[in-house]
Write a protein that binds this ligand. Sequence first.
Ligand code: NAD
Length: 492
Amino acid sequence: MADRLVSYDPRNLQPVGDVETTSPGEIQGIVERSRKAFRTWSALGFDERKQHLLTFKRTILARGEEVAEMVSRETGKPTSDAYPFDVLTSLNLIDHYARNARKYLKPRKAGTWPYVSTQGWVQYEPRGVAGVISPWNYPFFLSIIPTVSALAAGCSVILKPSERTPLTGQLLGELAEEAGLPTDLIQVVQGGGEVGAALVDHVDIIAFTGSSAVGRKVAEAAARRLIPAVLELGGKDPLIVLEDADLRQAARAAVWGGMVNAGQTCTSTERIYVVDAVHDEFMVELDKALEGVSAATGDRKDIGPLIDDRQYEHVRRQIDEAVAAGARLLRGGRTLEGPGGHYIEPTVLTDVDNSMPIMQDETFGPVIAVTRVPDEDTAVELANDTRYGLHATVWSKNRARAARIASRLRSGTVAINDTAVNFVMTTMPFGGVGESGLGSAFGEEGIRSYCIAKGITRARTPLPTTALLGVRFPRRRGMAYWKGLARALFRW
Ligand code: NAD
C-alpha cells in the first residue's frame, strides 16, 4: 500500500488531512503520460489555450474561498492574507498569460546584416514536459506561477507541491480537472525531496521555487541532464531609508514587509539601513508601526506561527546567537507557547553588524535588524554585501536619487517607496541574482523560459548567402578577398 503524507495545521499541530505519496519509481510513467498531453496541448492554437486558461481562472475564482481556507489551514496564515496573496495573485497571473501569451511568443524578425541575401526570424516553441517544484509559504500562487507560465507557453506540467502543503497542491489538481483542462495536462505528484529529485531526472525543464541550498542541488541535477532550470530561491532583502523619506510610510512598509506571514516570505524585509540624520525619528515610527502586531492568530494585527519545528529552531537560533554576539533586542524576541504551534514575537534587533549570520543568512521569520549608516553610499555598500539579491527597497522622496540607488543595488528587483509589490507585477521580470536564483518569472521573460528560441533563416535569392560569398568547395576565395571584405564592412 502506498504511504500517506499527513498535513498539519501549524497553529495547533492538528492534522488537516492526508494524501497518497508518489513513489519515485512512478515518475517515469507519469512523465510519459505528460508527454502525450503535451503533444495535444502544444498543437492547440493560442486561442484555444487561452479559452482553457480563462476557464481555469473562473473555476479558481468560484472556489477561491476554499483555496484560501486550505492555504490557511496548511500554513497557519489568516485567510485574509491567503486570499489576496494566493488566490487574487493567481487569478491575475492566469488572466495575464491567457491574454498575452500570443504577444509574448509572437515570432520576431531578426536583422541579418551583413548577410543581406538571407532573411531570419525567431520563433518560440514549447520545451515539452515542465516539472514544477514548489514551497509551502505561498503554496497556491507559487505553484500557479510556473504551472501557468508553462501551460501558456504550450508545455504540459507535473507539479510537486511541498510536503508541508500537499492538500493545496491536490486542490490545484482538482480545480484543473473541474475546469476541463485536457487529461494529464497538469498532474500532481506528492512527496518530499526524493520525489522532487526523481522529477528533475525525467522532465524537459524544471522550475524550482524554494531554498538556495535545495536550489543548488536541483541546478546540479539539471546540469547533469543538460536541461534548463528556472530557480526562484531565498533572499536577505535590504530596505534603505534616506533623509528625505516619508518615515511613517517607510516604517509601516518595513513592518508589513518583515512580519507578514511571520516573515516567511521570499521578499521579506530582513535588513534595514537608515541614514544617521533620520535614524532616531525612524525608530520612533517603527515602534509605532509595530504597536499591537503580535504573534498569535485571530486579530487583524496577528502574524501567525512559524511553519514547523525546523523553521522555528532556525529562527530561534539566529536570534539567540545574534544577541550572544552583541546585538541588542529592541523589541520582541520571545517564543510564545501557542496551542501546539511555534510562535515568535515580532522582533527588532539593533547593534548588528554585517558579518553576523543574522545579517548574512536568510532568517525567514518575524525578525528585522536595523543598522544606522552615515550616508547613502554606505547604505548601498552594506545592502549589496550579501550572497543573495532577490528584492530591495529604497525610500526617498527624490525620484531621481531613488532611481539612481535602485540601479546601484545588486538585486533582481527593487521597489521605490513601497515593498514587495514586484512580487505581484505580472508584466515585468521577477527573479534573483547570486544565491537568490537564476532566470525570471512573469512577463515575456517568464513565459519564454519554457520555450526554445528557435532561429530560422531563409535565402532571399536563388543563390544562397554561402554561395554568394563563395563558401563552397572547392574554395575560390583567398586571404586577400576576406581581408578586403572585412575592411570594407568594419573599418568604420
Ligand atoms: P525547500 O527548498 O526546503 O523545499 C522546496 C521544495 O523542494 C519542496 O517541494 C521540497 O519537497 C523540494 N525538495 C527538497 N529536496 C529536493 C531535492 N533534492 N530535489 C528536488 N526537490 C527537492 O524550501 P521551503 O522550505 O519549502 O521554502 C522556503 C524557501 O523558499 C525559502 O528559502 C524562500 O526564500 C524560498 N522562496 C523563494 C521564492 C522566490 O520566488 N524566489 C518564493 C518563495 C519561497
